[in-house]
Design a protein around this ligand. Sequence first.
Ligand code: ZN
Length: 179
Amino acid sequence: MSRIDEILAFNREYVATKGYEPHLTDKFPDKQLAVLSCMDTRLSVLLQEALGLRNGDAKIIKNAGAVIPSPWDSAMRSLIVAVYELGVREIMIVAHTTCGACHMHFSHFKEEMLKRGIPEEALKREDIDLDAWLEGFHDTEASVRKTVAAVTDHPLIPSDVTVRGFIIDSATGALTEVR
Ligand code: ZN
């Protein structure tokens, strides 16, 4: 059985036994908060738990590295929706220690892609600079500052929205603010 088939079996049981009941809520974040963090699996449960966030408290947006590489990328779009449609007034950018996205290099991706049968021509693109798009950030604090600035300075984010940056310890959940 594949992992997904296992999940489907679990899910039928979960719904049948009303496992969802403690989590019932609506689409508006009770704390008027959005959190942009990393997709790292160490944070799957730890992030919400260490921040004391229950289901329904905050909009949680995740990507590789908790970054906003372009003002018009998907994470930024989600934050704009959170502000204007869902009543978010405060935004936390939460990167984390020993993030995989810190040490990414395009050269590694390229090698792996060629091994997996992606043709060389597919990597020579005019529509995007793949080298920059898949490059890691190398300095976590600097990356958090850059992401906070990307939101704060965004032309469509109003000045009454608070944006603060943090690094969470991937093991203990301890938050350190980046100033
Ligand atoms: Zn990460």
